[in-house]
Design a protein around this ligand. Structure first.
Ligand code: WTA
Length: 623
């Protein structure tokens, strides 16, 4: 371990941290005598009895709800004067203006003050059994040292720091160090190749640095981080999240969707380079003073029992993972699960893509022994935290397999028809939009507010458009049906087909390409690329396929690399020259009946060639 143990006694709270801690303790001490059993934050809200009424109020009187929750759950150095100032039609979103706080103080100092020896982070390293634990005191020290290091290197409040590191406590501390000194962070997903980088940082001057780092006093709407995610064009979007609203929303959803209670060990196995890692490995759990697991390995290393071995060893109470991993593990059989004691588990979560019924049932019946609620959580980088999930709801409220079901507090989903009208009935499908702002939503796209408006607010004026389609059941439950744009979801990773095409098209031999997703039994969706070569190019297709796969792996990521590459003489296009992806998708799904209207095609013979080429590829490579 790079930090000495027992260092908590050396911790000295800075004056700012002490001030806001005092105010926090005062508030929580007062409310403790008079709290609603389910949600202490709501104790002061008038006339609310029961969870359903509380959810009602969170939408009908969202200002009172969010004000009460924000006052209770966060530590402020200055109270906010305006709960919200939002105008969805202009993409203007501001929460808790006037309020001042520091996110790292909320995630660390206040817990160090009350329980310094509590474990904040369990680093589940690649080799099983080699986990390392870091108390809140230790994590604060590491954060302060890094904060001082960044300051020494001239990083100032308002700067942006790119973090490219493997999954390790230092990466978490780097995020918190940025928050401490008021710099925004931009975490870039890193593979193990970054080990060398981390090693160098670990070995540097760090240990000599002061363990006290005065936290910057930040405004609610200062930038906390940017996170790049795929859109339907070739250019990824840097979504911007700010301080108070994001932290509050991550903390509240972590507490109530997973029914997290003080002392629980929370195990979210997402990488911290994704929004799930930001919200449910780092910010949500730490804001709530939880013990959070930082998982560095893979679900099948050294064998397919890895997750459940970890659950037994670390005594995990809430496990949060991706459907793609569940589908993978299901194929290895129940014995890998049954070997381990999973009696500590209380809630199982799923995120990133739709979870099919078979995977859901297995997760529930085998992993959770039929006794743990499974929460299928729908949300996005843009939403900051979970928006639709079966819990919170009454303990005996039904949970339907494979459905996210119920909107969270303050979330007001609507479905739109193709004319842009709100669908009011149940048992209907439409484009999923949100009719009200909530504190966790992204504020803009870095350096491109117009794109933010065009993407999310212009398609349905007055609403936030998620890009997903959804079905609302007879009972009013929501089920996500998938993306409505050219974004595919491979193993829970969002990727724009245009991004892959951009890379493929950079190959000098390629004239043009079209990438579509297809249903894949493990990954959810796989990547299928159609490639047209330039005239007169004479290459071995197998060699070129390898080259293209290599380019995509290197420039985007391994998961984006095409599973199939079909070389074609031409692509089906409309007379105006637009590639008909709908047709390509149907061919790839072998749904020739569903090809639909081909009358706008420039040359219908192109489709026949594509179908034949597809059959040839399948017969060579299997399904
Ligand atoms: C998809 C990940 C179905 C959806 C947190 C969304 C889901 C995109 C679910 C966001 C779910 C996420 N059921 N689909 N429970 N969760 N998605 O930004 O298409 O990486 O728009 O955020 O993943 O992906 P992102």
């Amino acid at each position: 371990m790079w930090l000495p143990c027992g260092c908590t006694s050396k911790y000295v709270a800075s004056s700012f941290a002490r001030r806001i801690l005092a105010s926090y303790l005062h508030v929580s001490g007062r409310s403790r005598c008079n709290v609603a059993a389910f949600m202490p934050e709501a104790a002061g809200l008038e006339g609310v009895s029961g969870r359903a009424a509380l959810r009602e109020l969170s939408v009908s009187n969202s200002e009172s709800f969010w004000a009460a929750v924000a006052r209770h759950r966060l530590c402020w150095s200055t109270a906010f004067h305006t709960v919200q100032d939002c105008d969805l039609s202009r993409g203007k979103i501001k929460w808790f203006e006037g309020g001042k706080l520091n996110v790292s103080v909320n995630c660390l100092d206040r817990h160090v003050h009350t329980c310094p020896e509590r474990v904040a982070l369990i680093w589940e390293r690649d080799e099983k059994g080699s986990e390392m634990k870091y108390t809140y005191g230790e994590l604060l020290e590491m954060t302060c040292r890094l904060g001082n290091l960044l300051r020494r290197h001239g990083v100032k409040r308002g700067d942006c720091v790119t973090i490219y590191m493997p999954t390790c406590p230092l990466a978490v501390a780097s995020m918190l160090a940025c928050a401490r000194i008021g710099a925004a962070h931009n975490v870039v997903f890193a593979g193990f190749s970054a080990d060398a980088l981390a090693e160098r940082i670990r070995d540097g001057e760090m240990l000599l640095l002061n363990v006290v780092c005065e936290p910057a006093v930040m405004n609610s709407e200062d930038v906390l981080f940017l996170l790049y995610t795929s859109g339907s064009t070739g250019k990824p979007k840097g979504l911007v999240h700010t301080q108070a609203g994001y932290l509050l929303y991550a903390a509240l959803t972590h507490r109530y969707v997973f029914s997290y209670h003080d002392g629980d060990v929370f195990g979210c196995v997402a990488d911290i380079g994704w929004i799930t890692g930001h919200s449910y490995v780092v910010y949500g759990p730490l804001a709530n003073g939880a013990t959070t697991v930082l998982f560095e390995s893979t679900p099948i290393y050294p064998d397919p029992g890895r997750y459940w071995d970890m659950v037994e060893r670390l005594k995990i109470n809430q496990f949060y993972g991706a459907p793609t991993a569940i589908r993978l593990l299901l194929n290895y059989g129940d014995q890998w699960v049954n070997k381990y004691d999973r009696s500590t588990l209380k809630t199982l979560g799923s995120v990133g893509e739709p979870i099919n019924t078979e995977a859901w049932e297995w997760y529930h019946r085998v992993v959770g022994d039929g006794r743990c609620p499974v929460v299928d959580t729908w949300w996005q980088t843009e939403t900051g935290g979970i928006c639709i999930a079966p819990r919170p709801s009454d303990p005996d409220a039904e949970i339907v397999p494979g459905m996210a079901m119920r909107p969270f507090f303050g979330i007001n989903p609507v479905l739109m028809d193709t004319e842009g009208e709100v669908l009011t009935s149940n048992n209907t499908s439409g484009a999923l939009c949100m009719a009200q702002p909530w504190p966790g939503m992204a504020r803009t796209i870095h350096k491109d507010h117009q794109r933010f408006i065009d993407t999310y607010f212009q398609p349905y004026p007055g609403y936030f458009f998620t890009g997903d389609g959804a079905y609302r059941s007879e009972e009013g439950y929501y089920q996500i049906t998938g993306r409505l744009d050219d974004v595919i979801n491979v193993s829970g990773h969002r990727i724009g087909t245009a991004e892959i095409e951009d890379v493929v098209n950079q190959c000098p031999a390629v004239a043009e390409s079209a990438v579509v997703g297809y249903t894949h039994s493990i990954k959810g969706q796989g990547v299928y690329a159609f490639v047209v070569l330039k005239k007169g190019i004479d290459v071995q297709e197998a060699d070129l396929s390898r080259q293209l796969n290599g380019m995509v792996s290197e420039k985007i990521a391994k998961y984006a690399s095409p599973d199939f590459i079909q070389f074609a003489k031409r692509l089906p296009k409309t007379r105006s020259g637009k590639i008909m992806r709908r047709v390509l998708r149907k061919v790839v799904e072998s749904d020739l009946e569903g090809l639909g209207d081909l009358s706008t095609l420039d040359d219908p013979a192109a489709v026949q060639e594509i179908i034949q080429g597809h059959e040839k590829l399948l017969s060579k490579n299997g399904p």
